[in-house]
Design a protein around this ligand. Structure first.
Ligand code: FES
Length: 106
């Protein structure tokens, strides 16, 4: 089971229009210009499941080098969360939570 507490905390509020995106079918408030990894980890502990065993990943390098933050988008794209800026109405799928908002097989 993954902790529901966030991995990131904003140290300062930033300007920018507030947007709403969905992360695993849950509405998430973000700021225009936020990276996807910021948007996700301000609300949960991880960005994806670990493909080689039990556990979760939260990115590593945060600079588009390690490939540890790939997520799927509702439009079919797969992107690195650490170098993709949020867009209004974006649907991010981490694969961590099912349709009921629960984790499975953890
Ligand atoms: S966290 Fe390393 S590529 Fe995104």
């Amino acid at each position: 089971m993954i902790s529901e507490s966030p991995q990131f905390h904003r140290l300062a509020e930033r300007s920018g229009e507030q947007l709403v995106i969905t992360v695993d079918n849950r509405d998430v408030a973000v700021r225009q210009g936020d990276l996807i990894i910021t948007a996700v980890l301000l609300h949960q502990k991880a960005i994806r499941r670990f493909e080689f065993g039990d556990g979760f990943r939260a990115g590593y390098c945060l600079m588009a080098a390690c490939q540890d933050c790939w997520v799927s988008l509702g439009d079919g794209r797969r992107v690195r969360a650490c170098d993709t800026i949020v867009e209004p109405g974006m649907e991010v799928r981490t694969g961590i939570f099912n349709a009921n908002g629960k984790t499975e097989n953890c």
